[in-house]
Write a protein that binds this ligand. Structure first.
Ligand SMILES: O=C(O)CCC(=O)C(=O)O
Length: 392
């Protein structure tokens, strides 16, 4: 039976179960290939306290690295509890401000609605002009179960203002040491968004490379458009996880449409899934070809994304602003205002974990006292901070 899928206008002719069956061999082969790569393990430091160079070498080679067991179980539990409570209080759909109990949904008093929705198992952006047309190919859209809701949450945006646990995560010393090791001590923030892939509902995020501004820059290198850290609250596997084509972060802007056409399948040759357990953290280069498919599996994935840029990549760049799409310039002052959230996050973390190593964020050394976590910074630094988000 066919059913019209509103998000694409296409006819979907494959049920979720049929789709899951059709990809099972591909999933198994991809998982096996991912585990053959030498780019996973615990975070390691050398004798000088720097991230071990073998990790940086493997990240540079593949464009991603899986840090196992990086976030403690108790912290994952805190994050899950707060995330689940936020999701329970999300609006029921894109045109509603009420949650499932009929109460005003959480986040409706922020300058922008923090929730983004999609039709279950759809690929809402593939083949559209969204986000400067980066999602060039429409992926398969299996038919969701008859009792599926009309909409599923795909993205929870600006997490640190909604959840104190996410603000504290932002100040995690190992995460920030990794960032510093890859792009230098003056690193600048991108955005903080969580991808939610509910079993049998989670939407696809079509193949893409995230960068937009520097592809034609003669100084383009593998780090130019930065990276995302992905903190996973549940397992990520070949069925519910992001897939990447290793090494493509070094190849400039690729023609994804031709890659899929030449392969004769949306399952790009050489692609592998990002495999990890709850508490593992993945660093994923934004220039890497990556995407995720409709989640027809029984496994939930919730991935908190925290992005970073090299300072020199954003300084004085004029482009469409992340929050509202209007043209704007990322001046030194604006970058600094946005970066303050990181310093406040470091303090929020220290208040909760006073015995943990405190990360020293170079742009704010000596200004720690002006950037404490308190009622004033909650209101004046963290609330609606994402209006200053930058994207390149
Ligand atoms: O988590 C996902 O499914 C997609 C993530 C992604 O595309 C991104 O972080 O750019």
């Amino acid at each position: 039976m066919t059913k019209s899928n509103e998000s694409s206008g296409k006819e979907s002719t494959i049920s979720a179960n049929e789709y899951a069956g059709s990809i099972s061999d591909i999933v198994k082969a991809g998982e096996a290939a991912a585990l053959q790569l030498d780019n996973r393990g615990p975070v390691r430091y050398d004798a000088n306290g720097e991230i071990h160079k073998d990790i940086l070498r493997a990240y540079s080679q593949y464009g991603f690295y899986v840090f196992t067991n990086l976030i403690a179980d108790a912290e994952i539990e805190d994050l899950r509890t707060e995330m689940n409570s936020v999701l329970a209080r999300a609006p029921v759909g894109p045109d509603s401000e009420l949650d499932a109990k009929g109460n005003t949904a959480i986040g409706m008093d922020f300058a922008q609605n923090p929730f983004q929705f999609a039709k279950p198992l759809s690929d809402p952006f593939g083949g559209t002009d969204a986000l400067q047309g980066r999602y060039e190919v429409k992926l398969a859209e299996p038919e969701a179960a008859a009792d599926a809701p009309d909409y599923t949450v795909v993205l929870v945006k600006a997490n640190p203002q909604l959840m104190d646990s996410c603000l504290r995560l932002y100040g995690h010393p190992d995460l920030l040491s990794i960032v510093e090791a890859v792009i230098g001590p003056d690193f600048a923030p991108f955005c903080n968004n969580t991808f939610v892939k509910e079993p049998g509902l989670g939407a696809a995020v079509s193949w893409h490379q995230d960068g937009t501004t520097h592809w034609d820059n003669p100084d383009l290198d593998e780090d130019t458009h930065g990276f995302n850290l992905m903190i996973n609250l549940y397992q990520s596997n070949g069925s519910n996880g992001v897939w990447v084509v290793p090494g493509t972060h070094k190849k400039g802007k690729l023609d994804l449409k031709s890659m899929v056409r030449d392969a004769g399948t949306e399952r790009l040759p050489g692609a592998v899934p990002l495999l990890c357990d709850a508490g593992d953290v993945i660093i994923n280069n934004r220039q890497l070809v990556h995407g995720s498919f409709a989640n027809t599996s029984p496994d939930r994935r919730v991935s908190i994304g925290i992005g970073f840029f090299p300072y020199k990549s954003v300084l004085n760049v004029t482009t469409e602003r992340h929050a509202d799409g209007a043209l704007g310039t990322y001046t030194a002052e604006r970058i600094r205002d946005r970066s303050r959230v990181i310093q406040v996050a470091i303090d929020a973390r220290q208040q909760k974990y006073p015995n943990e190593r405190r990360f020293s964020y170079a742009p704010f050394v000596g200004e720690e006292d002006q950037n404490r976590w308190n009622d004033d910074t909650r209101k004046n630094v963290v609330r609606d901070y994402y209006l200053l988000d930058m994207s390149i």
